[in-house]
Ligand binder design. Structure first.
Ligand SMILES: *Cc1c(COP(=O)(O)O)cnc(C)c1O
Length: 451
């Protein structure tokens, strides 16, 4: 019998009874080397799993990117309207092609992309849009900027994504659209959300701001609904400091997006509708264009590393990696996320677990502390003239009272994640460090009360 056929408890007993060195020197892969995890916790004075080792840097920089920025600087073409063949129009074509979409409009941020879509769909004061409380504030900012009402539905606590049943419960006569968020760069339950939208004749805007290149049911996230939005903010897996993009196949709707994002001025040169000025600049597009080719290779690497990490953590009852929906074939791995199971750690709270793992040289983050349903904007808008004029007092009161998302509260309390854009570009040994740090703390959970 090989050591990995033994249960962990039996193996520990066997290993301590004989010789750990002998076991470790068999042909087992490095990660099965439990001697790494058998020692004293670093937080109690033991050797850390990972010492003096950095992670791959993010944002990603190479000479191609630097050269592209220099070239744009020297060209004097700094704004997209100066040239139809500049970096912004070229990036739009290349990004649409890469993603399998017909049209792209680049913007100055993901929030701007989302707001442009809300405006292009004619959603405004008096309308409601259902979205997630567990997301970047930009998601709801895009709805609030149009003076529409962001109605927050609760989550599936295992996937951290919108619960379609709760979305459907929150539809009112004013609901115009659903804005599912692909959290952590993994697919929301889009099959059910798209079916609900069809049944109730609602638009769908995919918030794929974290989900570059991720695939679900054979399609890239952000290309399944009529409109999908991306962010290229520094931390995202394709980055340009700030930046965003809208993808879509409907020419007329995408033309409207262009008009809205261009202060209401169409490609025909007429100023036609209400619109902010949200154009991407040529420097941002230069950085993005130069980074697109390698983006797929980095995406593959993150997916390989994530699969290894998930396999390593699967047997540990103390943490549960993010649940994925059927049809999910890859993720962006902007974040690698798992739920901390306190009851499996003798009731030790998450803060102590995170501290112990950090001492082993691996940093996990609790991420979003409070869901957006618990932020002050909720009280702010019910006291704001624009909302008081366009919604009945009864609707605003109901909106306030129903702003409860207990599953989201639970996700916020249990989350333990890794900012993955850079770190998941590391080696398999780096992934083993992450897994071993977590497993070591789990195996020493009876000592955590003392820290
Ligand atoms: C980053 C992000 C946004 C906002 O994008 P910005 O480019 O920062 O404006 C929106 N939604 C989600 C899910 C995000 O992660």
């Amino acid at each position: 019998m090989k050591p990995n056929d033994l249960t962990r408890r039996e193996f520990l007993a066997a290993a301590s009874a004989s010789s750990l060195a002998a076991v470790a020197s068999t042909s087992l892969p490095a990660y099965a080397d439990i001697t790494r995890r058998a020692g004293k916790l670093a937080i109690l004075g033991g050797e850390p799993i990972r010492k003096n080792k950095g992670w791959p840097d993010w944002p990603y920089v190479d000479d191609r990117i630097v050269d592209a920025v220099v070239k744009t600087t020297k060209s004097g073409i700094w704004c997209r309207i100066q040239s139809a063949t500049g970096t912004v129009p070229t990036f739009e074509k290349e990004f649409a092609k890469l993603m399998g979409s017909k049209f792209c409009v680049a913007t100055g941020s993901g929030t701007q992309a989302l707001h442009t879509c809300v405006e292009a769909l004619g959603i405004s004061a008096g309308d409601e849009v259902i979205t997630s409380p567990y997301t970047d504030p930009g998601t709801i900012a895009s709805i609030l900027s149009a003076r529409a009402l962001p109605v927050l539905a609760d989550l599936d606590p295992a996937s951290y994504q919108l619960d379609p049943a709760d979305v459907e419960r929150r539809i009112t006569e004013n609901t115009r659209a659903i804005m599912p968020v692909h959290m952590m760069g993994q697919a929301a339950d889009l099959e059910r959300i798209m079916a609900i939208a069809r049944r109730h004749k609602l638009s769908v805007i995919e918030d794929a701001a974290q989900a570059h290149l991720a695939e679900y049911q054979g399609k890239k996230l952000g290309t399944i609904a009529p409109l999908g939005c991306f962010s290229f903010q520094s931390s995202k897996t394709i980055a340009a400091g700030e930046g965003g993009a809208i993808l879509g196949d409907d020419e007329e709707l995408m033309d409207k997006c262009y008009t809205v994002h261009n202060h209401g001025t169409s490609r025909r040169g007429r100023t036609e509708v209400i619109g902010p000025k949200y154009r991407m600049n040529e420097f941002e597009a230069a950085v993005l264009l130069a980074q697109l080719a390698g983006a797929q290779e980095r995406f593959r690497r993150r997916n390989e590393n994530a699969a290894h990490l998930t396999a390593r953590l699967r047997g540990c009852p103390g943490v549960a990696p993010q649940k994925l929906y059927p049809g999910t074939t890859s993720g962006s791995f902007y974040l690698y996320a798992m739920s901390y199971r306190k009851e499996q750690f003798n009731g030790v709270d998450r803060a102590r677990f995170l501290k112990a793992v950090a001492s082993e040289g691996v940093s996990l983050s609790p991420y979003i502390e409070r869901g957006l349903h618990r932020e002050p904007w909720v009280d702010h808008i019910v006291q704001t003239k624009a909302y008081q004029k366009t919604f009945s007092a009864r609707r605003l009161q109901q909106f306030r009272e129903e702003m409860q998302c207990p599953n989201c509260d639970r996700v916020c309390a249990e989350m333990a994640m890794i900012w993955a854009s850079g770190p998941l570009l590391g080696t398999q040994a780096d992934m083993d460090d992450i897994a071993d740090a977590i497993l070591k703390v789990y195996e020493n959970r009876d000592k955590l009360a003392a820290i």
